[in-house]
Design a protein. Structure first.
Length: 400
């Protein structure tokens, strides 16, 4: 018998891949996700114009200013300037008048300076020169917590603006200054001594103000108080000192603050530290615009008092170099920078004089009404005389 022979078919065996293959795939997966995110970011940067930043020259511009540094430190303003090749580095002056007081002429080491108002701007320009730009403006106002404004209204010192939805009042400056000054040797009244609607505060009735020696808002408010106390006439060379001596108690009652009240007023404990204080309109408007964006409604605890003799502060951008002039031209004319100024509460020039009110209406906020009567400040030499008397501060040289 012949035995059958059998041949087995070759087996096809599937082997497990090496672990290194899986490790490589796991490595490539997050890399692919990151690459996708980076690509999407690059597209977004390209669309915004920022993608060119690594490939263009950035000019670092040095600046000195006080309260208006809030504009140049705003992230959106910085982004727009960077997209135009400008990086502004700000040094805090401690107050607009501190710039003019510099005794070592270091001011011109900066590309530009930006005092908060025209009186300080004139001092700096006349002393150091430079090219002046006028980017925006902001009236001088009083911020007040609502119960304090209502107390002044009950005394006939403030009047609620008709279409202001309870957020804006017009302040009778003559009546307010009389209320703040001591009466025939008797101490000035406190908030709780008001007859019609007293506030539970033993503090005397004043508007807290920054030191006029350092701050433009402090010196401008002192000028408005002097105007009201001097029968609505700006003090002259003959009566500047007597008027300053007469109004000094208004500023000595609670002491002079070293920094702007605008910051303290918006703190959660602002009612206990600065219930009524001197500030710029843009600070309040920026706060309310931010409140609407965040909470869908404005802050109804804080209101504005507009003096019936108004003072429109105009920050001067004074450039000492070509780089500083470039910034001045951009801030003055670039549409995105002008729009951002509106969103930060500033008023633009006469060509866009209604732009802020239009923005407020778009965001559901009422439009304020400023007085048509201007409160005139004393001329620079007389203003300096009064500031030294009220604030007990060093003299600033006033060019003749």
């Amino acid at each position: 018998m012949v035995a059958k022979s059998s041949t087995e078919e070759p087996a096809f065996t599937i082997l497990d891949p090496p672990r290194s293959v899986f490790r490589r795939k796991r490595f490539l997966l997050p890399f692919g996700v990151s690459a996708g995110i980076a690509l999407a970011g690059a597209v977004a940067l390209f669309a915004s114009g920022t993608v060119v930043l690594p490939f263009q020259q950035i000019t670092v511009v040095s600046a000195m200013m006080a309260s208006k540094s809030v504009y140049f430190q705003d992230p959106e303003v910085r982004r727009i300037l960077m997209a135009n090749g400008i990086d502004v580095r700000v040094t805090d002056s401690g107050g607009s008048r501190e710039i003019a007081r510099d005794r070592q002429d270091r001011v011109r080491e900066f590309d530009f300076v930006m005092p908060s108002g025209q009186a300080a701007g004139e001092l700096i320009r006349d002393r150091f020169g430079g090219r002046v730009f006028f980017p925006f403006a902001s009236p001088l106002v009083l911020g007040a917590f609502r119960e304090y404004a209502e107390a002044l209204e009950a005394e006939g010192v403030a009047t609620k603006q008709e279409n202001g939805q309870g957020f804006y009042y017009t302040l009778d400056m003559v009546a307010f200054v009389k209320l703040s000054l001591p009466d025939d040797g008797a101490p000035a009244k406190t908030w709780q001594q008001l007859k019609n609607k007293p506030v539970a505060s033993r503090n005397q009735i004043v508007a807290q103000t920054p030191n006029p020696c350092d701050s433009y808002s402090g010196s401008a408010w002192m000028g408005l108080v002097a105007f009201a106390a001097n029968k609505s006439v700006a003090p002259t060379e003959q009566d500047a000192l007597p008027v300053a001596q007469r109004i000094r108690p208004v500023f000595e009652i609670e002491g002079l603050h070293g920094s702007g009240i605008g910051t303290t007023f918006f703190h959660p404990d602002g009612r206990t530290t600065a219930p009524v204080g001197v500030m710029y309109e843009h600070q309040y408007m920026a706060h309310q615009l931010a409140e609407v964006a965040k909470n869908g409604r404005p802050d109804d605890e804080r209101v504005l008092l507009y003096p019936d003799t108004h003072h429109r502060t105009e920050p001067w951008l004074i450039a000492f170099s070509a780089a500083g002039e470039r910034v001045g031209e951009l801030v003055r004319s670039h549409p995105d920078l002008r729009q951002r100024a509106l969103e930060l509460g500033f008023r633009l020039d006469n060509q866009d004089s209604t732009a802020l009110n239009e923005l407020l209406a778009q965001r559901g906020l009422p439009e304020p009404v400023s007085s048509l009567t201007e409160g005139f400040l004393p001329k620079p030499p007389e203003l300096e005389t009064m500031i030294r008397e009220v604030g007990r501060c060093p003299e600033i040289r006033v060019p003749i």
